[in-house]
Design a protein around this ligand. Structure first.
Ligand SMILES: [Fe+2]
Ligand SMILES: [Fe+2]
Length: 232
């Protein structure tokens, strides 16, 4: 499917998801939105339903609320959060994500700017490397690998912002706020490694948290960049 067509389809799916949410059909909305992100190819869902997809939809709505200074999106995000809390405990992870290696960047998340897409692919490569070490139960290697992964994501955010500034992208300001919010979460990942080494959380849970963190950027925020590059 040509990029322009794909972008239109994604925009349609997002407005269908919002339409469903406004009517309280939350499961339908999350299913629609999941088609955009193709997140089901990457992340395992909660055994009881669409917990993680729901979390990413919530993040997307909060992003739209912030970008457009809209209470409406904020209220929709709250409705999704309530639904997730009723349906699922997000701390319950399935073991299958590590069995899906190597993970790949889905076509639906290609932005159309080589500098950004290459960076995203490299980050997914680093995530796969960590996954391989976790599969081998190579505990000693994990900490430096996660540290350099987190460093690379921070560098990516900075590079992406520089690139957006260089092409005069109108979404730069809101986008960089979102990067700042993600960078705060990066610090929590280092703590999770320590918890895994102590045996408090499983390697599956750690890998899931790393994947969620990484895919938040292209799924929640970078989808916004795509139309600009396709019409440029
Ligand atoms: Fe990005
Ligand atoms: Fe980004």
């Amino acid at each position: 499917m040509p990029n322009q067509e794909k972008s239109n389809t994604n925009a349609q799916l997002e407005s269908q998801a919002i339409f469903a949410l406004e009517r309280g059909w939350i499961a339908v909305a999350i299913e629609k939105w999941t088609e955009i992100s193709h997140i089901h190819e990457i992340l395992v869902d909660h055994p009881k339903g669409l917990g993680l997809e729901g979390e990413l939809m919530e993040a997307r709505l909060l992003y739209l609320a912030m970008q457009q200074r809209s209470d409406h999106y904020f209220d929709l995000a709250k409705a999704v959060r309530k639904w997730i809390d009723e349906k699922a405990s997000a701390s319950h992870y399935s073991a299958t994500l590590l069995e899906k290696l190597p993970l790949a960047l889905p076509d639906s998340l290609i932005i159309g700017a080589e500098a950004i897409d290459d960076d995203h692919r490299q980050l997914v490569g680093r995530l796969n490397q960590i996954g391989e070490s976790l599969q081998e139960k190579n505990g000693g290697q994990i900490e430096p690998l996660v540290q350099s992964f987190v460093g690379a994501t921070r560098a990516h955010f900075t590079n992406e912002e520089k690139f957006l500034a260089s092409v005069g992208h109108p979404g730069l300001a809101g986008h960089s706020h979102y990067h700042d919010a993600l960078a705060v979460r990066a610090d929590e990942l280092a703590l999770l490694v320590a918890e895994m080494v102590k045996g408090d959380i499983s390697r599956h849970a750690l890998f899931q948290a790393l994947a969620n963190y990484l895919f938040n950027d292209p799924v929640v925020a970078d989808v916004e960049l795509r139309p600009f590059f396709q019409t440029a």
